[in-house]
Design a protein around this ligand. Structure first.
Ligand SMILES: [Zn+2]
Ligand SMILES: [Zn+2]
Length: 172
């Protein structure tokens, strides 16, 4: 993920084609995280945009496995992100991509890992559900309601509701 830009450093408009398949570990995306990324690929190019700046352009693909937000069953989804990031010479310590200036590089090597990492996390859906009408888990017994109904709802309709206690207080 370290790109030697020396061959394209002489002329504005020169570029290198990139076809990469980084592992999640290389991008600092721990499999132990809440989200598991796999089958990561990036294809695109890095171009000399003049005055020491370079632009990383391309398409990022990955497979994300994450628990359903309602029933916790693992869900696999395909992610795709358009990457367009600018690199300017500077100290690598500031290579967070978080400031408005974009990413930094030192010498004639551009490390694109942080940008791919950030773009992958940004492409992650806010909320993953196994199906739009997932019934989730019963809040009382934990039964996966997609697989069958439990009896909690029938027997104790108000058991877990914060309002049931309030109702009792009001009645007392
Ligand atoms: Zn679900
Ligand atoms: Zn239940």
């Amino acid at each position: 993920m370290l790109i030697d830009i020396l061959p394209i450093s002489h002329h504005t408009g020169d570029f290198l084609e990139l076809d990469l398949a980084p592992s999640s570990a290389e991008l600092g995306l721990d499999p132990g995280d809440t989200a598991g990324f796999s089958a990561i690929s990036f294809s695109g190019r890095i171009e000399n945009t003049g005055k020491g700046s370079y632009r990383l352009d391309g398409k990022l693909h990955a497979t994300l496995t994450e628990p359903c937000a309602r029933c916790l069953v693992p869900v696999t989804s395909d992610l795709a992100a358009d990457v367009a990031e600018d690199y300017r010479p500077g100290l690598l310590a500031t290579n967070t991509g978080l400031d408005e200036e974009g990413y930094r590089y030192e010498g004639h090597v551009i490390d694109i890992r942080q940008a791919l990492h950030d773009n992958l996390l940004l492409s992650e859906p806010q909320k993953i559900v196994c199906s739009p009408d997932c019934q989730g888990l019963c809040p009382v017994c934990g039964q996966n309601l997609n697989l069958g109904h439990c009896t909690c709802g029938d027997d104790h309709p108000d058991q877990e509701s914060p309002f049931s206690q309030l109702k009792q207080l009001l009645q007392d």
